[in-house]
Every structure is written in C-alpha cells, then in structure tokens.
Write a protein that binds this ligand. Sequence first.
Ligand code: HH2
Length: 404
Amino acid sequence: MFNAHVLELAQEADVQDAIERVGVQTRGRPILTRKGLFRAVKLQDVGFREANIAKQEMLGAGGDAATPKGLVDFSKEKVDIILLGTMLHFRRFVAKMRSQAFLCEAISSEVEAVLSNYQRRSFTLRFPSRNVETNRTLVMGVLNVTPDSFSDGGRYLQPEQAIERGEQMVREGADLLDVGAESTRPRSEPITHEEEWRRLEPVLKVLVDRLDIPVSVDTYKPDTAAKALDLGASFLNDVTGLRNEEMVRVVAGYDVPAVIMHMQGDPKTMQVDPKYREVVADILRFFRERVADAVRGGVDEEKLIVDPGIGFGKTLGHNLEILRRLGEFRSLGRPILIGPSRKSFIGKVLDLEVDERLEGSLTATVLAMAKGASIVRVHEVRETVRAIRMADAILGLDSRELSA
Ligand code: HH2
C-alpha cells in the first residue's frame, strides 16, 4: 500500500508547501510549482485568426485549447475559447504569443495579467486616516438610516438609534461601517439629495468622530458623496458603479477608496426579467469598463473595490452562480466585496422571511470569503465576525498568532 491520495493544490502556496514536504531541492522548486498549478482561461470574442494561432501555440506549449466547431470551418468570425494548461504551459504560451501577428500580443498581455491577478490575495486599502490590509477577511457592518430598507427599514431612522447601532457594530467586531440613507431594494423609489443628506448628516457627523474604523457612505449621488467625505467619511460605496462622471470626479478629487457595484437596470425595474449572455463574464466586462473609465477620470486603480451586486438585477440562478464562481472575479486583481446578507435569494432557497435568514447569510458569506471575497457586507455583525474568524483560521488567512 502506497497510501496514494489526490492533493488539493489550488494556490501557488499549496503547491510550494506540498513540494517542500517531499524534500525537493531548492533549485527545482519554482519549475515544479509552475507544473503543479493548473489553470483554465476563457477568452471571449477572439477573431478566428488569433483563435487558431492561440490553439496552436497552446498545443505547442504542452497545454490545449477548447475551441468551437466554427473555428475550423471558418463559419464564425469571432469565437470564445478556453486555454487549458499548467502555469508552465501558460508561461511558454505568453512568450510565444507576444511575437505573433494580429492581436496576439494583446491576448498574451491579457492572459499574463489575469493569471497574475488571480494569484493576488492581499491588498492594502488606503483610507484617508489609515491603511487597512486585507490579509484577513474584513467585515463591513450595514447601517440603514432609512424608513424603508428591506431588512431593517425604520429601525435606525432616529439619529440616536442609528448612532447606538453603529457603536454596537464596532463593539461586535466590525472592521468597516457602511451608512446608507436611501433604500435601493427592488421597486424602491429614489429620494432627493436634500432628503438623503437630512437623514445622513446627524448620524454621520457623530459616527466619524466617535468610531475608530473607516466609515463609508452608500450613495450614488455626487453631492451627497462630497459632503460626506468633507464631514469625515473614509470611502464611498456606489451601487451604480461610478457610472456618473461627476461621481468619478469626486472619487478622484478626494482620492478615497470606492466600491464599484454591478447593477443591471435601476432599483425600480431591475428584478423584471434580468438577462445576461453569461452572468459572470458580463459582470467582469462591466467592471473592466468601469475601472478603465474611472482611471481615465483620474482615479487611482488601487483605490477601487468591486462588488457583483447580489440581488441587483439578478435571478435566483444568477445570484447562486455568482457566488459559486466568485473566485473568477479575482482575474481583475481588485479586492472583492460581497453583500448576500438577508437577501431574497436566501428567502427563496430556504423559504424563510427576512428576519430568519441568519444561517443562510452566514453560509453565503463564508463560502464567498473562501472563494476570495476580501470584504463581506452584513447586517448581523457579531455572528458574522465569529463565522469569518473561524473560516479565516481554517483557510490560514488569519495573520494573528493562534496558540497551539
Ligand atoms: N446591497 C444593498 C445596498 N447596498 N452595496 C454594495 N456594495 N453591495 C450590496 O450588496 C448592497 C449595497 C441592499 O441591502 P441593504 O442596504 O440592507 O438594503 P436597502 O437597499 O433596502 O437599504
């Protein structure tokens, strides 16, 4: 009996660890690490010439490529392909494609970038008053100063109650706090900037002064964002994904971190038959465009955080697929934020009302961090902090010393 077993090697560190344990010479380690790490990279809308060259080069490198039938009979001008191979195969592929004709050089750069981005786990969030590392999962508490939010509407509309809840979440272990004054739940009606600020100001003013953690403002209105940052908020959470040029100017001007969330349509109508060509790929494309636009507008790319927007123009199937494939968003090389807390997709799976969705929220949140989410946006901070700390410890993400 040789006690054969299949090793789970998803990350570079897993391979390095396994190779070291069998006592490989130091010199041989990097090459074996590349051979021990398999990746599949999908490319969309590749011209048939580039797709044919990519297939040949990937085969030549020792890997392979999944290509559609239309590629050999020239019936399609653009195709989707999947490159398959170890990191060693990809290294050879990237080098060869760089000097090929047509758009092959661009393919080479894009493939090289996503493979490197995908490895990245640790980010530094540079807030005005401090830097926060994502070497463990960060818990962002939700505070809705609204009469109509879907899960806690009306509970914290009075400033005293909101302030007390904010302080409580910090005591419970929140790393970040997200304060919103306008509900964006399905079918909600927008409110004016004046109304939003009237609700927000008294709460924000006290919280930024009293709390020792970065506070974000959940707003898509540039006027509200600027006033909140003037008052001392540390970053912005924009559910419209910085689509408003004025909002980009605010983020660039104040040089603060900002969350680009994906939403299809607007809250009033977003749940009316949402459709995607491929939900994960479509959202990735959206992030790429939004990040590029923001950078063109003067925003520091390192300040951007992405969030696929659970429940914003998505069916139950879309939400589950986004969570299942959340790790694919790591291709962007930006920290991922996710907010499944208490949302209706949990209600649909478990057939439970909004105040009975704690276990569903914890499960979704823990699975999301295991797939690579750096920040989890939640209503139940105490329970989430416990679940996340446990998960961080199991996954070896917790940098704090744990005694034996
Ligand atoms: N979800 C809500 C609001 N803002 N922001 C980000 N980045 N991600 C989310 O998933 C997200 C968000 C909706 O939840 P909630 O704030 O509790 O409800 P409401 O919009 O009804 O106030």
